[in-house]
Ligand binder design. Sequence first.
Ligand SMILES: [Zn+2]
Length: 526
Amino acid sequence: MKIMKHSLSRRNFIKKSTILGAGISVLPQILMGSNSSAISNGRIIFPRPFAFAVDDLGWNIGNNTGSIDKQSPYRIGIDRKMDINNYKPIIEVGEAVGTRIQSLFVLAEMDRENILKNYPTTTWQGENWDNSKNISDNQIEIMNFVKNQAAYMEFGLHGVGHEYWVDGKMKRAEWYSTWEDHSWSEKSMREHIQCFKDIMAQYGLSKENGHSFPESFVPCAYGYYWNPGEEYSTGKIMSEQGLKYVNTLFTYIEELNPPKGDNGGGFDNGVLVVNRINYGNPWYKLASLPTVLLEEQKSDIIETHWANWLAQDDFVQPDVTKSFVDYYKMVQKSEDRYIAKNTEQFSSQWLYKKYANVVEKTEGKVEIDNTKMPDDAYQNDILGNMVLKIKLKEGEHISNAKLNGKNIGVFFEDAGFGFIYLPQLKQKSYDLEYTLGNSFPDAYIYNNGTYNAYIFERINNIYKTKIRLYGTQDIVFKGIAKPNKISIDNKNITIIKEKYDAENNQLTLTLSARDMQGETGVIEIG
Ligand SMILES: [Zn+2]
């Protein structure tokens, strides 16, 4: 029997087939999460987050050479040598719609020093690993590009060689055996993590150079050793590296009793793991969007693979790129979804949708009960902004919003909606009051980027904000006077450019984060 990557043919077809064509009940969920509720007598919407994840970047050649006989990888399933042009469309889409797209990398063919020969379980060539035919300046160009485009592409972890080789025989998959339903040894898994780090370091992406381990992870072929609260699990060894966010398809590891539900998820030893579903675009298919309608998609995060974002030839690529841009725009226009700016924001909203209640008793007065948020959400800095949106009429804006009497200063408008970015909520209840009108707030951050802004407040004559910044991008402050002094408490955030528009009282700071995984800092403008 031919074994396809990510196919349903392996075993348990019935139990896995729940991902497609399940019964649909959408309407009552417009304001509801799985466990949360939102009752609105006004206009506030507590939307579900939306994000695409892109698997299998990093391969140098695209061809699938996987089969039972050859024992080599499936890769991307397209016949080409992958170069920088195959990365650009993802970044173009991210920039066009204001999102940092979670991109999951396999690094074996990026190994410039043949280190993987010392770890024979990582590749199909085992001890004879020889990657010399792939070594070129193109690799450096690609990895530099990915690093420099961290505002729009998140460098996430997928794997080293994608599968696990035992005496030259391929087993599926790298981080857990879904063929034989057992974990690989902790020692071996730690070696695989070290290999990934060592290959990153070959490109200068090391701790010494200020770069962190990835925050996001998709286990290859959904093989994840779910074992919360125990000494060893995939989450345990990943969390130690600083990893926070995982998405996978839980039906592949049912023997481990993972969280239930199409949009289910939970914490495994410090990392948040959520379910992800494929909605009809196969892993090898070029130019391919989900075929299941957005309203019928049950998981918040959506599976895609690299091939889906690419065209068969360069002249078609602009059309394919545009189709993804249009898809995101369609999401932003929908009543109950919105484009999460990055994985932290996505994951935060997923948690709020699961644990928080939002009730608008009368228009403009909203009660938020976040008392049920689990402690785990706070332990590794996993939880960030809550996002609410309001459908605006022609010429209407959110004029003001206060949380427990304190001004909120982070807003955005897009696709006919006003967006309110609340700070990280504690395990408490909050009162949110907002007013709509034809005016804008007095002073605020207009978050049209992919960063997170947690607060924006004025103390005496100093404006203060705390942000998590990715890559190089603009932060737009509206309604503030020309500053005399700007200071940032994190020296790894650099001011590239400062522009003040006196006519509109608008300050635009172009900032750059050193760590490709992001930098957090407090900015004071006085
Ligand atoms: Zn994969």
